[in-house]
Write a new protein. Structure first.
Length: 505
């Protein structure tokens, strides 16, 4: 159905042939043709090397989609041109930042649609006063840190090298520095974005403040294609990273330590950050626990920050592996990068972090889920993880700065624990059991938390499964406000209708 050819004449011939068979195909052919006429050499078609490169995503499930073409703008004006063409021809589309959404279609259009790949928007500039860094929306976090590390600066951004700037910031953005400054979205000074009309506008506390609020957690897909983020920068040198791998048998000891860390330790030392991963690794004897710990300012050499001390008592809690590094953000973020090539999913919810017993009670549910998936995989690769990511009170307080974000989280909700499920697997035959078992486990976690009167139900969009009702979890008032903002800036609802795949308000 799609023309794999590059020259506009052959595409035109193709579209004439197709015109006789399908008006839908004609419209689509027109869209890719019109894009390649308006943006010469920036459109790629199937069966080319460039198309194959652009159709590479972290989750193999996204790469199974085959958009009719990719368009790769080089500046905001190009994005505007692309949006005008796509909306005028009613062509469904998606936008790819760093391509790390897990579910199919999260940032790739299906056959019959067009994917706007922002990969060329890689500008990076620091202001003379060192307080603001302007970041093109096609950058990965490694580009940002490789630029900032030599300057002795950092921003509140994603923790992992290859992940895209766009998706992380627009959904929220949990960072090494969140204890000090909140999530990434709380530290955006200004967004430059392309509306569904094609207009290029800015959103900041002074300029279009309603849009500015909505973009801080409301995800771009409802409001506009962001082409540049102006981020608050701060002085930063090497950070401290401690990575501890424990046998799973220690979870009943370690989880209460994590809970205490969330309630007391992290707020007492806001320079610190942590997450906690339960994994099943038969090669290492079965269930294991990874505790990753960070501090923005490294402690004195060969010492451990006081709040992490309890995890680091080898006599009481022997590790399988322990690695401590003091290094720049680029080095640390590369060390935790995750490989491409597997099918991926995730889902999440949040519960009160005030009860260690509740967090321990989830473990047998998790272990039963792992057994089910390992049995279903029948020897093929499957890696189910349950991850605890704390949202301590200091982070919730920092989120209220700059007028607050759209996530609907306040200090009175906290402290919270994000309970995240993440599965990588090899065979598409497992898709159904993976998806349904994740849904069941999140349901059981929420039900148990509700029974103990410790539920919360916030769903972090950047770790959500496509079936989760993300924006309802922001609260009725915030959802209504997000809808009003979307309606005001996209009165015809073009983004709601044509921008496919991700979460809609
Ligand atoms: C290995 C790994 C590490 C991660 N680490 C973190 C972490 O440290 N902190 C954290 O909070 N999350 C983290 N995440 C989750 C991450 O926030 C999401 O996967 C996020 O969607 C990735 O952004 P992306 O630009 O790479 O993804 P994409 O798949 O390209 O985009 C995700 C969504 O954002 C939209 N989008 C992207 N760019 C723009 C733009 N410029 N304008 C409008 N819409 C846009 C896309 O259309 C899509 O809907 C991680 C994920 C992975 C896989």
């Amino acid at each position: 159905m799609r023309s794999p050819r590059h020259s506009s004449s052959s595409i035109l011939i193709g579209s004439l042939v197709f015109a006789a068979t399908s008006s839908c195909t004609q419209r689509l052919q027109d869209a890719c043709t019109a894009l390649s006429t308006a943006l010469p050499s920036l459109v790629t078609f199937p069966n080319t090397t460039l198309y194959a490169l652009e159709n590479t995503y972290w989750s193999a499930r996204q790469s199974t989609l085959a958009p009719s073409c990719f368009v790769t703008p080089t500046c905001a004006a190009d994005v505007s041109t692309a949006i005008k063409i796509l909306t005028s021809l009613s062509t469904p589309f998606s936008v790819k930042g760093g391509g790390h959404a897990a579910f199919p279609g999260g940032s790739n259009a299906a056959a019959g649609g067009v994917t706007i790949d922002l990969l060329h928007l890689t500008s990076l500039t620091a202001s003379r006063d060192r307080r603001t860094v302007s970041v093109g929306a096609g950058n990965r976090w490694i580009n940002v840190s490789a630029f900032l590390d030599p300057l002795g600066l950092a921003v509140v951004g994603g923790r992992v090298a290859d992940v895209g700037v766009g998706g992380v910031i627009l959904g929220g953005g949990i960072s090494y520095f969140s204890g000090l400054y909140g999530w990434a979205c709380d530290n955006v000074r200004s967004y430059q974005l392309v509306l569904s009309s094609g207009a290029i506008v800015n959103a900041s506390a002074r300029e279009n403040p309603d849009l500015f609020w909505a973009l801080r957690g409301g995800a771009g897909t409802n409001f506009g294609v962001v082409t540049r983020f102006d981020l608050a920068a701060f002085e930063q040198r090497d950070i401290w990273h401690n990575s501890l791998l424990f046998p799973g048998a220690l979870n009943a000891t370690l989880i209460p330590l994590l809970q205490n860390l969330t309630v007391n330790g992290l707020p007492a030392d806001p320079q610190t950050h942590t997450y906690f991963v339960m994994a099943y690794l038969p090669a290492l004897g079965g269930h294991v626990i990874l505790s990753d710990q960070f501090r923005a300012a490294p402690p004195p050499a060969n010492t451990t920050p006081a709040v992490f001390q309890a995890f680091n008592d080898e006599a009481l809690l022997p590790t399988i592996v322990k690695t401590t590094t003091v290094a720049n953000i680029s080095t640390v973020s590369r060390a935790i990068d995750q490989a491409y090539g597997s099918r991926q999913t995730w889902s999440n919810t949040a519960v009160s972090a005030t009860s260690a017993a509740l967090l321990v009670e989830f473990v047998p549910l998790y272990e039963a889920w792992v057994s089910k998936l390992v049995a279903a995989a029948n020897g093929t690769d499957v890696s189910p993880l349950m991850i605890y990511q704390p949202i301590p009170l200091n982070v919730l307080r920092a989120m209220q700065a700059n007028g607050g974000n759209a996530l609907g989280l306040t200090p009175s909700d906290g402290p919270l624990m994000i309970v995240q499920l993440s599965v990588s697997w090899a065979s598409s035959a497992l898709d159904e059991v993976v998806e349904s078992s994740c849904k069941d486990l999140i349901g059981s976690v929420n039900a148990l938390a509700a029974k103990r009167k410790l539920g919360n139900g916030f769903v972090y969009v950047n770790y959500a499964d496509s079936s989760q009702d993300v924006f309802a979890s922001y609260g009725k008032e915030n959802l209504a406000r997000l809808r009003l903002v979307a309606k005001k800036w996209d009165p015809k609802g073009l983004y709601q209708k044509l921008w496919r795949g991700y979460f809609k308000v």
